[in-house]
Write a protein that binds this ligand. Structure first.
Ligand code: GLY
Length: 352
């Protein structure tokens, strides 16, 4: 078991190990003895782990209640958020109580946003059950729901009180869900850890405790130094500007991990074709993504991706900040007029 303390303005621990879900009561009860805990989960995850977590909370002396919603990105909206807020109020949670997000990125974002806003903010504990949530969304305090106009447009920064990552949950994950998380692991490799990109060659390696810990340490360092995403944290958006546009244009039939994979491939090929990095950099990324069965292109027209990307919150006024690779393991931020993005998308369109 590993415990990483995130040195944020309000420090918190990320505990990574096996069997943590069956000890959820002990873990949460130590921090919040005898409090009410609202377990938020989707129907798929709750069927797998809900009762284990609820029983464990009861046994520890906490008072659990559960809010279960239909799985999928389509549920990450204001309607589910408003139902969840009313549930918290009906359950009479107070400022001393806790919201526990049991699930993947959608659950963590939705439950985290409800915790950030209910009674102007109560504690959120993240219990990630997907690789993507473990290495990315459960750490750093970004919470949000989607609006019809775009992804994550209503949200808040709300640091978790703690993260308990049970790696045993990843043993039974469907292959495509693991692959989504692998895309985020490869992202860390591209932005700042070339060795990780070369080490993480298979989904089994990506979901190992060692690799998860390595990713969480990177995320912890970057997000603690820039909690509100005004500087270096934006490096974590590598592949995400085009990725979010791909997700939106596909009507969310393309998963976040697949979209980020293709987004990373687009921007890296464009950077290589503009002479900003060597072609070998794009070739190494592209062949690694292919080896994982992740997409490196889409059939969505460049203009449609560009327009979708403009409603992303990474655009400020007339400008956009892109994360550009200089080499494997080294990316930089570059702010430019938003219109330049179309050129990047067009240049990155064709696979090598
Ligand atoms: N998922 C990127 C971030 O937390 O900043």
């Amino acid at each position: 078991m590993h415990a990483i303390t995130v040195p944020a303005t309000r420090p918190y621990q990320v505990t990574i190990g096996r069997g943590l879900l069956s000890r959820a009561g002990e873990c949460i009860g130590q921090l919040f003895p005898r409090r009410s805990v609202a377990v938020v989960s989707d129907d798929t995850v709750f069927a797998l782990y809900g009762q284990t977590v609820m029983h464990s909370l009861e046994a520890s002396g906490c008072t659990p209640c559960s809010f279960v919603f239909e799985h999928g990105e389509a549920s990450k909206n204001l309607t589910t958020y408003s139902r969840l807020m009313e549930f918290l109020a009906r359950s009479r949670l107070t400022r001393a109580d806790v919201v526990a997000a049991l699930g993947g990125g959608v659950t963590g974002d939705l439950a985290g946003f409800a915790a950030a806003t209910y009674l102007r903010g109560i504690a959120a504990v993240q219990l990630p059950t997907t690789l993507l949530a473990a290495v990315d969304s459960s750490v750093g305090g970004k919470t949000a729901v989607n609006l019809p106009q775009g992804k994550n447009l209503a949200g808040a920064f709300h640091l978790p009180a703690a993260v308990f990552c049970d790696c045993a949950a990843f043993d039974s994950l469907p292959e495509h869900i693991v692959r989504d998380g692998c895309a985020e692991v490869l992202k860390y490799g591209m932005i700042c850890d070339a060795e990780l990109l070369r080490l993480a060659k298979t989904p089994d390696v990506c979901k190992s405790e060692a690799v998860i810990e390595r990713c969480v340490r990177i995320k912890s360092r970057i997000t603690a130094a820039d909690e509100h995403d005004t500087g270096q944290r934006q490096l974590l958006n590598f592949g995400h500007t085009i990725g979010h546009a791909i997700e939106a244009c596909s009507g969310f039939s393309c998963s976040h991990g697949q979209a980020v994979a293709a987004g990373m491939a687009y921007i890296t090929r464009a950077a290589a074709r503009m002479g900003l990095c060597r072609e070998e950099c794009a070739a190494e990324l592209e062949s690694t993504l292919r080896a994982f069965g992740l997409p490196v292109s889409t059939s969505i027209p460049a203009r449609a991706l560009f327009e979708a990307a403009l409603s992303d919150k990474k655009c400020t006024g007339q400008d956009i900040t892109l994360v550009l690779p200089q080499a494997v393991g080294q990316c930089v931020l570059k702010t430019m007029p938003s219109g330049c993005l179309l050129d990047f998308i067009k240049k990155g369109e064709q696979p090598l």
